[in-house]
Write a protein that binds this ligand. Structure first.
Ligand code: HEM
Length: 446
Protein backbone atom coordinates (compact mmCIF):
# COMPACT_ATOMS: atom_id res chain seq x y z
CA UNK A 1 0.00 0.00 0.00
CA UNK A 2 1.32 3.43 -0.86
CA UNK A 3 -0.21 6.77 0.09
CA UNK A 4 -2.59 8.24 -2.53
CA UNK A 5 -0.81 9.60 -5.63
CA UNK A 6 -2.47 11.03 -8.75
CA UNK A 7 -2.23 8.95 -11.89
CA UNK A 8 0.13 10.80 -14.27
CA UNK A 9 -0.93 11.47 -17.85
CA UNK A 10 0.59 9.55 -20.77
CA UNK A 11 3.90 11.00 -22.01
CA UNK A 12 2.48 12.47 -25.22
CA UNK A 13 -0.74 14.45 -25.44
CA UNK A 14 -1.90 17.33 -27.64
CA UNK A 15 -1.58 20.89 -26.41
CA UNK A 16 -5.33 21.25 -26.18
CA UNK A 17 -5.64 18.14 -24.08
CA UNK A 18 -2.74 19.30 -21.90
CA UNK A 19 -4.47 22.61 -21.24
CA UNK A 20 -7.70 20.80 -20.40
CA UNK A 21 -5.92 18.47 -18.02
CA UNK A 22 -4.16 21.44 -16.55
CA UNK A 23 -7.42 23.18 -15.87
CA UNK A 24 -8.63 20.14 -13.96
CA UNK A 25 -5.50 19.51 -11.94
CA UNK A 26 -1.85 20.39 -12.48
CA UNK A 27 -0.59 17.24 -10.78
CA UNK A 28 -2.24 14.65 -12.98
CA UNK A 29 -1.59 16.88 -16.03
CA UNK A 30 2.12 16.04 -15.74
CA UNK A 31 3.79 12.97 -17.26
CA UNK A 32 5.35 10.25 -15.10
CA UNK A 33 8.83 10.97 -16.44
CA UNK A 34 9.03 14.12 -14.31
CA UNK A 35 9.59 11.92 -11.27
CA UNK A 36 12.93 10.87 -12.83
CA UNK A 37 13.96 13.95 -14.83
CA UNK A 38 16.52 16.58 -13.79
CA UNK A 39 14.96 19.18 -16.03
CA UNK A 40 12.10 19.30 -18.51
CA UNK A 41 11.21 21.81 -21.19
CA UNK A 42 7.62 22.63 -22.10
CA UNK A 43 7.46 24.00 -25.60
CA UNK A 44 4.24 25.20 -27.09
CA UNK A 45 3.43 27.80 -29.73
CA UNK A 46 2.92 30.36 -26.96
CA UNK A 47 5.46 29.83 -24.30
CA UNK A 48 8.46 28.02 -23.03
CA UNK A 49 8.78 26.97 -19.49
CA UNK A 50 11.22 24.73 -17.71
CA UNK A 51 10.69 22.47 -14.78
CA UNK A 52 13.88 22.41 -12.70
CA UNK A 53 14.14 19.18 -10.78
CA UNK A 54 17.82 18.89 -9.93
CA UNK A 55 18.99 20.06 -6.49
CA UNK A 56 21.95 22.05 -7.89
CA UNK A 57 19.72 24.02 -10.31
CA UNK A 58 17.17 24.75 -7.62
CA UNK A 59 19.96 25.93 -5.35
CA UNK A 60 21.13 28.36 -8.05
CA UNK A 61 17.67 29.86 -8.46
CA UNK A 62 16.48 29.98 -4.86
CA UNK A 63 19.68 30.36 -2.86
CA UNK A 64 22.64 31.54 -4.92
CA UNK A 65 21.13 34.15 -7.24
CA UNK A 66 17.54 34.79 -6.10
CA UNK A 67 17.62 38.38 -7.37
CA UNK A 68 18.18 37.19 -10.92
CA UNK A 69 15.04 35.04 -10.70
CA UNK A 70 12.18 37.18 -9.37
CA UNK A 71 8.70 35.86 -8.83
CA UNK A 72 6.84 35.81 -12.05
CA UNK A 73 4.22 38.57 -12.26
CA UNK A 74 1.80 36.30 -13.96
CA UNK A 75 1.51 33.99 -11.00
CA UNK A 76 0.49 36.94 -8.89
CA UNK A 77 -2.19 38.06 -11.30
CA UNK A 78 -4.97 35.98 -9.82
CA UNK A 79 -4.02 37.03 -6.32
CA UNK A 80 -3.50 40.74 -6.70
CA UNK A 81 -7.09 41.89 -6.04
CA UNK A 82 -6.85 40.21 -2.66
CA UNK A 83 -3.21 40.59 -1.73
CA UNK A 84 -2.30 44.00 -3.16
CA UNK A 85 1.37 44.66 -2.52
CA UNK A 86 1.88 41.91 -0.02
CA UNK A 87 5.32 40.44 0.62
CA UNK A 88 4.26 37.31 -1.25
CA UNK A 89 3.98 39.19 -4.54
CA UNK A 90 6.53 41.99 -4.40
CA UNK A 91 10.10 41.88 -5.70
CA UNK A 92 13.26 43.95 -5.36
CA UNK A 93 13.59 46.81 -2.87
CA UNK A 94 9.93 46.82 -1.80
CA UNK A 95 10.11 43.14 -0.93
CA UNK A 96 13.38 43.59 0.99
CA UNK A 97 11.95 46.41 3.07
CA UNK A 98 8.83 44.39 3.87
CA UNK A 99 10.86 41.37 5.00
CA UNK A 100 13.01 43.59 7.26
CA UNK A 101 9.85 44.62 9.10
CA UNK A 102 8.08 41.25 9.14
CA UNK A 103 10.89 38.80 9.87
CA UNK A 104 11.57 39.85 13.49
CA UNK A 105 7.98 38.92 14.42
CA UNK A 106 8.66 35.30 13.43
CA UNK A 107 12.05 34.82 15.05
CA UNK A 108 12.65 31.94 17.45
CA UNK A 109 12.22 33.87 20.69
CA UNK A 110 8.98 35.28 19.45
CA UNK A 111 7.61 31.79 18.75
CA UNK A 112 7.85 31.03 22.44
CA UNK A 113 5.60 34.03 23.16
CA UNK A 114 3.16 32.96 20.44
CA UNK A 115 2.98 29.37 21.73
CA UNK A 116 0.12 29.79 24.26
CA UNK A 117 -2.16 31.15 21.50
CA UNK A 118 -1.36 28.15 19.26
CA UNK A 119 -2.01 25.82 22.18
CA UNK A 120 -5.39 27.48 22.88
CA UNK A 121 -6.38 27.01 19.23
CA UNK A 122 -5.40 23.32 19.51
CA UNK A 123 -7.61 22.88 22.57
CA UNK A 124 -10.49 24.57 20.76
CA UNK A 125 -10.00 22.27 17.74
CA UNK A 126 -10.15 19.19 19.98
CA UNK A 127 -13.30 20.50 21.68
CA UNK A 128 -14.96 21.27 18.32
CA UNK A 129 -14.11 18.02 16.49
CA UNK A 130 -17.22 15.86 16.06
CA UNK A 131 -17.28 12.06 16.30
CA UNK A 132 -18.30 9.88 13.37
CA UNK A 133 -17.54 9.69 9.65
CA UNK A 134 -16.56 13.13 8.43
CA UNK A 135 -14.38 15.18 6.10
CA UNK A 136 -11.49 16.39 8.25
CA UNK A 137 -10.30 19.05 5.76
CA UNK A 138 -12.83 21.73 6.78
CA UNK A 139 -12.07 20.96 10.44
CA UNK A 140 -8.38 21.57 9.81
CA UNK A 141 -9.07 24.79 7.88
CA UNK A 142 -11.12 25.99 10.81
CA UNK A 143 -8.33 25.10 13.26
CA UNK A 144 -5.59 26.72 11.18
CA UNK A 145 -7.66 29.89 10.67
CA UNK A 146 -8.17 30.01 14.44
CA UNK A 147 -4.39 29.72 14.97
CA UNK A 148 -3.78 32.70 12.69
CA UNK A 149 -6.38 34.97 14.26
CA UNK A 150 -5.32 34.13 17.80
CA UNK A 151 -1.62 34.66 17.13
CA UNK A 152 -1.99 37.71 14.91
CA UNK A 153 -4.86 39.63 16.53
CA UNK A 154 -5.46 37.81 19.84
CA UNK A 155 -8.94 36.92 18.55
CA UNK A 156 -10.52 33.45 18.46
CA UNK A 157 -12.20 32.46 15.22
CA UNK A 158 -15.59 32.85 16.94
CA UNK A 159 -15.01 36.61 16.90
CA UNK A 160 -17.52 38.10 14.49
CA UNK A 161 -15.05 39.71 12.08
CA UNK A 162 -12.67 36.73 12.17
CA UNK A 163 -15.54 34.36 11.36
CA UNK A 164 -16.62 36.54 8.46
CA UNK A 165 -13.09 36.73 7.02
CA UNK A 166 -12.86 32.94 7.23
CA UNK A 167 -16.23 32.47 5.49
CA UNK A 168 -15.40 34.98 2.76
CA UNK A 169 -12.08 33.29 2.08
CA UNK A 170 -13.86 30.04 1.44
CA UNK A 171 -16.05 31.85 -1.06
CA UNK A 172 -12.99 33.46 -2.66
CA UNK A 173 -11.31 30.13 -3.22
CA UNK A 174 -14.41 28.73 -4.82
CA UNK A 175 -14.54 31.54 -7.37
CA UNK A 176 -10.82 31.73 -8.00
CA UNK A 177 -8.73 28.61 -8.53
CA UNK A 178 -5.56 30.52 -7.88
CA UNK A 179 -2.95 28.39 -9.58
CA UNK A 180 -4.77 28.69 -12.86
CA UNK A 181 -3.28 27.56 -16.11
CA UNK A 182 -3.19 31.05 -17.61
CA UNK A 183 -0.89 32.39 -14.96
CA UNK A 184 1.18 29.29 -14.64
CA UNK A 185 1.77 28.59 -18.28
CA UNK A 186 2.31 32.16 -19.28
CA UNK A 187 -0.37 32.30 -21.94
CA UNK A 188 -0.15 35.33 -24.18
CA UNK A 189 -1.68 38.50 -22.83
CA UNK A 190 -4.47 38.61 -25.40
CA UNK A 191 -6.02 35.40 -24.17
CA UNK A 192 -9.04 36.10 -21.98
CA UNK A 193 -8.64 35.47 -18.30
CA UNK A 194 -9.41 38.47 -16.10
CA UNK A 195 -10.73 38.36 -12.62
CA UNK A 196 -14.33 37.47 -12.51
CA UNK A 197 -16.53 40.16 -11.00
CA UNK A 198 -17.50 37.86 -8.16
CA UNK A 199 -13.87 37.22 -7.23
CA UNK A 200 -13.14 40.92 -7.19
CA UNK A 201 -16.16 41.63 -5.01
CA UNK A 202 -15.16 38.95 -2.52
CA UNK A 203 -11.59 40.25 -2.42
CA UNK A 204 -12.92 43.75 -1.68
CA UNK A 205 -15.09 42.53 1.10
CA UNK A 206 -12.28 40.53 2.73
CA UNK A 207 -10.03 43.57 2.54
CA UNK A 208 -12.70 45.78 4.12
CA UNK A 209 -12.95 43.40 7.09
CA UNK A 210 -9.18 43.20 7.50
CA UNK A 211 -8.97 46.99 7.29
CA UNK A 212 -11.39 47.24 10.23
CA UNK A 213 -9.19 44.97 12.32
CA UNK A 214 -6.00 46.74 11.33
CA UNK A 215 -7.34 50.26 11.86
CA UNK A 216 -8.70 49.27 15.28
CA UNK A 217 -5.31 47.87 16.19
CA UNK A 218 -3.54 51.03 15.02
CA UNK A 219 -5.80 53.00 17.40
CA UNK A 220 -5.00 50.63 20.28
CA UNK A 221 -1.29 50.95 19.62
CA UNK A 222 -1.58 54.74 19.71
CA UNK A 223 -3.59 54.56 22.96
CA UNK A 224 -1.01 52.19 24.48
CA UNK A 225 -3.63 49.45 25.03
CA UNK A 226 -2.68 46.99 22.27
CA UNK A 227 -2.17 43.31 23.17
CA UNK A 228 1.33 41.94 22.63
CA UNK A 229 0.74 39.73 19.59
CA UNK A 230 2.10 39.39 16.05
CA UNK A 231 0.05 42.27 14.63
CA UNK A 232 1.30 44.69 17.28
CA UNK A 233 4.84 43.46 16.82
CA UNK A 234 4.76 43.95 13.05
CA UNK A 235 2.97 47.28 13.19
CA UNK A 236 5.40 48.75 15.71
CA UNK A 237 8.59 47.45 14.07
CA UNK A 238 10.48 50.13 12.17
CA UNK A 239 12.60 49.28 9.16
CA UNK A 240 16.16 49.45 10.56
CA UNK A 241 17.35 51.19 7.38
CA UNK A 242 14.70 53.88 6.93
CA UNK A 243 12.97 54.05 10.31
CA UNK A 244 9.57 53.70 8.60
CA UNK A 245 6.75 51.50 9.86
CA UNK A 246 3.93 49.97 7.76
CA UNK A 247 1.00 52.21 6.91
CA UNK A 248 -2.45 50.75 7.62
CA UNK A 249 -2.91 50.04 3.92
CA UNK A 250 0.37 48.16 3.64
CA UNK A 251 -0.39 46.22 6.80
CA UNK A 252 -3.73 45.15 5.31
CA UNK A 253 -1.81 43.62 2.38
CA UNK A 254 0.41 41.69 4.80
CA UNK A 255 -2.47 40.50 6.99
CA UNK A 256 -4.20 39.18 3.88
CA UNK A 257 -1.17 37.09 2.96
CA UNK A 258 -0.55 35.85 6.52
CA UNK A 259 -4.10 34.67 6.58
CA UNK A 260 -4.00 33.07 3.15
CA UNK A 261 -0.47 31.60 3.29
CA UNK A 262 -0.76 30.69 6.93
CA UNK A 263 -4.06 28.89 7.07
CA UNK A 264 -4.55 27.10 3.75
CA UNK A 265 -1.10 25.55 3.86
CA UNK A 266 -1.17 24.35 7.46
CA UNK A 267 -4.71 23.05 7.01
CA UNK A 268 -3.67 21.07 3.95
CA UNK A 269 -0.67 19.53 5.74
CA UNK A 270 -2.70 18.62 8.83
CA UNK A 271 -5.44 17.03 6.71
CA UNK A 272 -2.91 14.84 4.87
CA UNK A 273 -1.09 13.99 8.08
CA UNK A 274 -4.35 12.69 9.57
CA UNK A 275 -5.02 10.74 6.39
CA UNK A 276 -1.57 9.12 6.62
CA UNK A 277 -2.03 8.28 10.29
CA UNK A 278 -5.35 6.63 9.46
CA UNK A 279 -3.57 4.52 6.82
CA UNK A 280 -0.75 3.59 9.19
CA UNK A 281 -2.40 2.90 12.58
CA UNK A 282 0.84 1.68 14.14
CA UNK A 283 2.33 5.14 13.67
CA UNK A 284 -0.84 6.70 15.01
CA UNK A 285 -0.60 4.66 18.22
CA UNK A 286 3.04 5.62 18.66
CA UNK A 287 2.11 9.27 18.25
CA UNK A 288 -0.75 8.97 20.72
CA UNK A 289 1.71 7.46 23.20
CA UNK A 290 4.19 10.28 22.69
CA UNK A 291 1.39 12.84 23.10
CA UNK A 292 0.80 11.67 26.68
CA UNK A 293 3.58 14.08 27.65
CA UNK A 294 1.47 17.12 26.67
CA UNK A 295 0.67 18.97 29.83
CA UNK A 296 -0.27 22.62 29.40
CA UNK A 297 1.20 25.30 27.15
CA UNK A 298 4.89 24.75 27.84
CA UNK A 299 7.02 25.59 24.80
CA UNK A 300 9.81 23.21 25.82
CA UNK A 301 7.58 20.24 24.93
CA UNK A 302 8.17 20.97 21.23
CA UNK A 303 11.71 19.62 21.34
CA UNK A 304 10.34 16.33 22.71
CA UNK A 305 7.51 15.74 20.23
CA UNK A 306 9.95 14.01 17.91
CA UNK A 307 7.66 11.40 16.35
CA UNK A 308 5.03 13.99 15.66
CA UNK A 309 7.60 16.23 14.01
CA UNK A 310 8.85 13.37 11.83
CA UNK A 311 5.31 12.44 10.78
CA UNK A 312 4.48 16.05 9.97
CA UNK A 313 7.70 16.34 7.95
CA UNK A 314 6.77 13.23 6.03
CA UNK A 315 3.29 14.63 5.33
CA UNK A 316 4.95 17.81 3.99
CA UNK A 317 7.19 15.68 1.79
CA UNK A 318 4.43 13.55 0.26
CA UNK A 319 1.85 16.35 0.05
CA UNK A 320 3.76 19.65 -0.06
CA UNK A 321 0.95 22.20 0.43
CA UNK A 322 2.57 24.52 -2.15
CA UNK A 323 3.13 22.00 -4.93
CA UNK A 324 4.91 24.30 -7.40
CA UNK A 325 6.55 27.72 -7.48
CA UNK A 326 7.30 29.86 -10.51
CA UNK A 327 10.17 32.24 -11.18
CA UNK A 328 11.22 34.17 -14.26
CA UNK A 329 14.64 34.57 -15.91
CA UNK A 330 15.99 38.14 -16.24
CA UNK A 331 19.20 37.30 -18.10
CA UNK A 332 20.13 34.58 -20.58
CA UNK A 333 20.90 31.35 -18.74
CA UNK A 334 22.42 28.04 -19.66
CA UNK A 335 21.02 25.11 -17.69
CA UNK A 336 22.01 21.53 -18.45
CA UNK A 337 23.42 22.52 -21.85
CA UNK A 338 20.29 24.32 -22.89
CA UNK A 339 20.05 28.03 -23.59
CA UNK A 340 17.21 29.64 -21.74
CA UNK A 341 15.85 32.93 -23.00
CA UNK A 342 15.14 36.00 -20.91
CA UNK A 343 11.55 35.97 -19.68
CA UNK A 344 11.25 32.18 -19.52
CA UNK A 345 9.15 30.70 -16.75
CA UNK A 346 10.99 28.40 -14.35
CA UNK A 347 8.87 25.96 -12.40
CA UNK A 348 10.21 24.48 -9.21
CA UNK A 349 8.07 21.63 -8.07
CA UNK A 350 8.37 20.45 -4.46
CA UNK A 351 5.81 17.83 -5.49
CA UNK A 352 8.16 16.18 -7.98
CA UNK A 353 11.43 16.87 -6.15
CA UNK A 354 10.08 15.28 -2.95
CA UNK A 355 9.25 12.08 -4.83
CA UNK A 356 12.24 12.05 -7.15
CA UNK A 357 13.07 8.42 -8.00
CA UNK A 358 16.78 9.01 -8.32
CA UNK A 359 17.18 10.92 -5.06
CA UNK A 360 14.92 9.37 -2.41
CA UNK A 361 14.82 5.84 -1.04
CA UNK A 362 11.22 4.56 -1.21
CA UNK A 363 10.04 7.87 -2.73
CA UNK A 364 6.29 7.19 -2.67
CA UNK A 365 6.22 5.32 0.62
CA UNK A 366 5.24 6.71 4.04
CA UNK A 367 8.23 6.31 6.31
CA UNK A 368 8.67 8.93 9.04
CA UNK A 369 11.74 7.00 10.26
CA UNK A 370 13.56 7.98 7.06
CA UNK A 371 14.59 11.30 8.63
CA UNK A 372 16.96 9.37 10.92
CA UNK A 373 18.63 7.53 8.01
CA UNK A 374 21.58 8.72 5.95
CA UNK A 375 19.50 9.04 2.78
CA UNK A 376 16.78 10.91 4.66
CA UNK A 377 19.24 13.35 6.20
CA UNK A 378 20.91 14.04 2.88
CA UNK A 379 17.59 14.48 1.13
CA UNK A 380 16.43 16.86 3.86
CA UNK A 381 19.38 19.11 3.01
CA UNK A 382 19.29 18.76 -0.76
CA UNK A 383 15.83 17.83 -1.96
CA UNK A 384 13.29 18.89 0.64
CA UNK A 385 11.75 22.35 0.16
CA UNK A 386 8.17 22.43 1.50
CA UNK A 387 8.82 26.00 2.68
CA UNK A 388 10.97 26.93 -0.34
CA UNK A 389 14.57 27.97 0.45
CA UNK A 390 16.96 30.89 0.33
CA UNK A 391 16.05 34.55 0.73
CA UNK A 392 12.37 34.05 -0.09
CA UNK A 393 11.89 31.12 2.22
CA UNK A 394 8.49 31.04 3.95
CA UNK A 395 8.46 33.51 6.84
CA UNK A 396 6.15 31.19 8.74
CA UNK A 397 8.28 28.02 8.46
CA UNK A 398 9.31 27.92 12.12
CA UNK A 399 5.79 28.83 13.16
CA UNK A 400 4.29 26.05 11.02
CA UNK A 401 6.73 23.48 12.44
CA UNK A 402 5.38 24.30 15.90
CA UNK A 403 1.72 24.50 14.92
CA UNK A 404 1.66 21.31 12.81
CA UNK A 405 3.26 18.79 15.18
CA UNK A 406 1.51 20.30 18.21
CA UNK A 407 -1.99 20.15 16.73
CA UNK A 408 -1.34 16.68 15.37
CA UNK A 409 -0.31 15.45 18.82
CA UNK A 410 -3.28 17.09 20.52
CA UNK A 411 -5.67 15.54 17.99
CA UNK A 412 -4.36 11.96 18.18
CA UNK A 413 -4.24 12.13 21.94
CA UNK A 414 -7.97 12.85 21.96
CA UNK A 415 -9.20 10.88 18.90
CA UNK A 416 -8.63 7.77 16.83
CA UNK A 417 -8.68 8.34 13.05
CA UNK A 418 -9.52 5.42 10.74
CA UNK A 419 -9.90 4.87 7.00
CA UNK A 420 -13.35 4.52 5.53
CA UNK A 421 -13.49 1.76 2.90
CA UNK A 422 -13.70 3.11 -0.65
CA UNK A 423 -13.09 6.71 0.43
CA UNK A 424 -9.30 7.05 0.10
CA UNK A 425 -8.66 10.61 -1.08
CA UNK A 426 -7.24 11.64 -4.45
CA UNK A 427 -4.77 14.55 -4.29
CA UNK A 428 -5.34 17.52 -6.61
CA UNK A 429 -3.64 20.90 -6.64
CA UNK A 430 -5.95 23.85 -6.14
CA UNK A 431 -4.42 26.76 -4.27
CA UNK A 432 -2.74 24.10 -2.15
CA UNK A 433 -2.65 20.31 -2.45
CA UNK A 434 -6.12 19.17 -1.46
CA UNK A 435 -8.23 16.02 -1.79
CA UNK A 436 -10.69 15.94 -4.68
CA UNK A 437 -13.58 14.77 -2.49
CA UNK A 438 -12.24 15.74 0.89
CA UNK A 439 -10.42 13.57 3.43
CA UNK A 440 -13.16 11.42 4.87
CA UNK A 441 -12.20 9.48 8.00
CA UNK A 442 -13.92 7.75 10.88
CA UNK A 443 -13.23 9.84 13.98
CA UNK A 444 -13.73 8.30 17.43
CA UNK A 445 -13.02 10.02 20.71
CA UNK A 446 -10.56 7.89 22.71
C1 HEM B 1 2.75 24.05 6.53
C2 HEM B 1 2.62 25.36 6.42
C3 HEM B 1 3.26 26.21 5.36
C4 HEM B 1 3.86 25.87 4.17
C5 HEM B 1 4.04 24.48 3.58
C6 HEM B 1 4.31 27.10 3.55
C7 HEM B 1 4.99 27.16 2.33
C8 HEM B 1 5.43 28.32 1.74
C9 HEM B 1 6.17 28.38 0.50
C10 HEM B 1 6.57 27.18 -0.36
C11 HEM B 1 6.45 29.68 0.23
C12 HEM B 1 7.21 30.23 -0.98
C13 HEM B 1 6.27 30.45 -2.13
C14 HEM B 1 6.98 30.97 -3.37
O1 HEM B 1 8.15 31.32 -3.32
O2 HEM B 1 6.32 31.04 -4.43
C15 HEM B 1 5.88 30.46 1.31
C16 HEM B 1 5.95 31.82 1.42
C17 HEM B 1 5.38 32.55 2.43
N1 HEM B 1 4.73 32.04 3.55
FE1 HEM B 1 4.46 30.10 4.01
N2 HEM B 1 3.97 28.15 4.35
C18 HEM B 1 3.35 27.66 5.47
C19 HEM B 1 2.88 28.39 6.55
C20 HEM B 1 2.96 29.76 6.67
C21 HEM B 1 2.54 30.52 7.83
C22 HEM B 1 1.96 29.92 9.11
C23 HEM B 1 2.74 31.84 7.52
C24 HEM B 1 2.50 33.10 8.33
C25 HEM B 1 1.87 33.18 9.44
C26 HEM B 1 3.32 31.90 6.19
C27 HEM B 1 3.67 33.06 5.53
C28 HEM B 1 4.33 33.11 4.31
C29 HEM B 1 4.73 34.36 3.66
C30 HEM B 1 4.49 35.77 4.19
C31 HEM B 1 5.39 34.01 2.47
C32 HEM B 1 6.02 34.94 1.44
C33 HEM B 1 7.50 35.09 1.69
C34 HEM B 1 8.23 35.88 0.61
O3 HEM B 1 7.88 35.78 -0.56
O4 HEM B 1 9.17 36.59 0.98
N3 HEM B 1 3.45 30.61 5.71
N4 HEM B 1 5.27 29.60 2.22
Amino acid sequence: MIPPKPVPRPDRVSLLRYLRLFRDDILSAQPARLYRAWMAEFRTPFFRSYLLNQPALIETVLKERPEDFPKSDRVGEGLRPLLGNSVFLTNGETWKRQRRIIDPAFEGGRLRDTFPAIWAAGEAAVARMPDGILDVEPEMSHAAADVIFRTLFSLPIENEIAARVFAEFREYQRTQPILNAAAFLSLPRWMPRGHRARTRATARSIRALITQLTAARMAEIEAGTAPDDLATKIMTTADPLTGETFSTEEMVDQVAIFFLAGHETSASALGWALCLLAMYPDWQERLAGEAEMLDGPDFSVMSRLKLSRDVFREALRLYPPVPMMVRETTCPERFRDRDIRVGSQLVISPWHLHRHNRIWDNPDGFDPARWQTENGRRCMREAYIPFSAGARVCTGAGFAMVEGPLLLSMLVRAFRFERVAGRDPVPVAYLTVRARDGIVLRVTRR
